[in-house]
Structures are given as structure tokens and as C-alpha cells.
Write a protein that binds this ligand. Structure first.
Ligand SMILES: Nc1ncnc2c1ncn2[C@@H]1O[C@H](COP(=O)(O)OP(=O)(O)O)[C@@H](O)[C@H]1O
Ligand SMILES: [Mg+2]
Length: 262
């Protein structure tokens, strides 16, 4: 098992935002986690990387590749973050530094984990992987010169720079129009296959999860109430809350497409 958690997260005055949340992901697996706003999705994404706010308390276990991340000293956690586990955040343009050129931001992300190796070739490869231009002209652009879809691709290139074993995407397609969204879903699928990276695709959009993910967990009030193959979630939901989520989808989206077999 690549990831294996039993995680409780509390904010001050807010007990159990996540309540013994159990999540298991195999190497290379694409897993969806769908839940409404406020169900604890971002809390989970950040907690898995121990990027939670100082007011939050984490207890339990985050098993990753045989190590409990909750028991690691901060320096060991820093070595894993961005290298073995990478996050694709929610707001592409807000997540890039507006004052730094794209190239500088990619080099910075490279040198965090590879201080003495030149990153140019790997950066070129990551941009190509994310179907972005690899030219010097592109690297000289500032974030505000990018479309939101391109900015999201830059963040994906940054996330795959060190070939992580696990990619966590938190609402990574929610800010995008439908065509860009489906391109980014296809990109995640390709990248996961090409590099064997597992993907935890966190979203409020059950249809997007059904499009991409073989298995989907339904997060409701800080607990996973149902975890099943996408087909089961859409056709035979067992939990009352899952049934309501599926029923709320437009009819043509209530069925995951046949591509969801990865
Ligand atoms: N820093 C915080 N302090 C207190 N409560 C928080 C904090 N961040 C999130 N919460 C609460 O935790 C719950 C889950 O939030 P969040 O993880 O952001 O959900 P989601 O990403 O699914 O919308 C919400 O009720 C939210 O109000
Ligand atoms: Mg969120």
C-alpha cells in the first residue's frame, strides 16, 4: 500500500473535522474523493502533507510507503513534500508567485530537492509532459500572462518535476471551463500512466471524479461514508448521502464514461 491513513483532524473549537478517516491507495492508482463544500477535502489534502494550519491538531496515522508521516521530524517531512508527494492546488493563478517568471519558479521548485544538479532538462521534460511550450520565451513569462488553464498546467509540471509517487489534486479542475477541465483530466490520466504515480483526485464534482477515477470515496462530514468502484457509486450507491449526490447530477452525467477503467 502506498498510502494508508487513519486520520483525525481537529481545529480549535471544531472537533473532528476529519474523524478517523481511512484512506488506502495502491501505487499508481487513481482514486477520487468527492464531497460537498465544507466536508473536509482541503483539510485532508493539506494534512496529508502536514501543511495544516497551526490551529489544527492531527492524530492517528498517515502511512506512506511504510513510514508514518505523523511521526517524522519536520526536516524529513520537508524532504518528502514536493518530491515523493506533490500537491496540485485549487487556484492556479493564486498559487504561482506573481513577481517571478515561470522559469524561475520551476528552477526554484527543482533546487529545493536537487540543490547541486542542473534542472533544465527535467524542467523541459515536465513542461512537455504537461503539454506546455518548452521554449525560452515561455519560461520568461509571468503568471499574469497565462490563461488559467495554462497556469494549472504549469502547477502540474511543477508537481511532476521530481516524479512523485503520489499526486494530490485538490479541486484542481474546479476553476476551469469544461473543455479545459476535460483536457486537464486527460493530462492527469496520461501522467499517472506514464510515471506510475498514484493520484488522489479531490473534488466537489462527482462527474469529474467518475470521468477519471477507478475508485471513488464519498466524503461526508469528515468521514468516508462509501468507497467503491466508480461504476458502483453511480449505479448502485449504498449510502443514503451517495444516493443524493448521484441523484443531484444531470441525467447524462449519472454514468461514468467507459474510459473510467484505469
Ligand atoms: N483554519 C480553520 N479553523 C477552523 N475551522 C476550519 C479551518 N479550516 C477549515 N475549517 C472548517 O473545517 C471544515 C472543513 O473545511 P475544508 O477542509 O476547507 O472543506 P472543503 O475543502 O471540503 O470545502 C469546514 O467546516 C471549515 O469551516
Ligand atoms: Mg476545499
Amino acid at each position: 500500500m502506498l498510502l494508508d491513513t487513519c486520520l483525525t483532524v481537529q481545529y480549535r473549537g471544531r472537533p473532528s473535522v476529519l474523524d478517523q478517516l481511512r484512506l488506502a491507495i495502491q501505487p499508481g492508482e487513481i482514486v477520487g474523493l468527492a464531497g460537498e463544500s465544507g466536508s473536509g477535502k482541503s483539510t485532508l489534502a493539506l494534512s496529508l502533507l502536514r501543511l495544516h494550519e497551526s490551529g489544527a491538531t492531527l492524530t492517528g496515522r498517515i502511512g506512506f510507503n511504510g513510514t508514518d508521516l505523523l511521526r517524522l521530524p519536520p526536516s524529513a517531512m520537508r524532504a518528502i513534500r514536493g518530491r515523493d508527494i506533490a500537491l496540485v492546488p485549487q487556484s492556479p493563478l493564486q498559487s504561482l508567485n506573481p513577481c517571478l517568471r515561470i522559469g524561475a519558479q520551476l528552477h526554484e521548485a527543482w533546487h529545493v530537492h536537487q540543490p547541486s544538479r542542473d534542472g533544465a532538462e527535467r524542467i523541459r521534460q515536465a513542461l512537455a509532459d504537461a503539454t506546455l511550450p518548452t521554449s525560452a520565451d515561455f519560461l520568461r513569462l509571468f503568471p499574469h500572462q497565462l490563461s488559467v488553464g495554462m497556469a494549472q498546467r504549469v502547477l502540474i509540471a511543477m508537481a511532476v518535476l521530481h516524479r512523485p509517487k503520489l499526486l494530490i489534486a485538490d479541486e484542481a479542475t474546479s476553476a476551469l471551463d469544461l473543455i479545459t477541465q476535460s483536457e486537464i483530466l486527460a493530462l492527469f490520466r496520461r501522467l499517472s500512466h506514464a510515471h506510475g504515480a498514484a493520484l488522489l483526485f479531490i473534488t466537489h464534482d462527482l462527474a469529474a471524479a467518475g470521468d477519471l477515477c477507478a475508485r471513488i470515496g464519498i466524503l461526508h462530514r469528515g468521514a468516508i461514508v462509501e468507497f467503491a468502484p466508480a461504476e458502483e457509486i453511480f449505479h448502485h450507491p449504498t449510502h443514503e448521502y451517495t444516493r443524493r449526490l448521484v441523484a443531484a447530477l444531470p441525467a447524462q452525467l449519472r454514468r461514468p464514461p467507459v474510459t473510467a477503467t484505469t
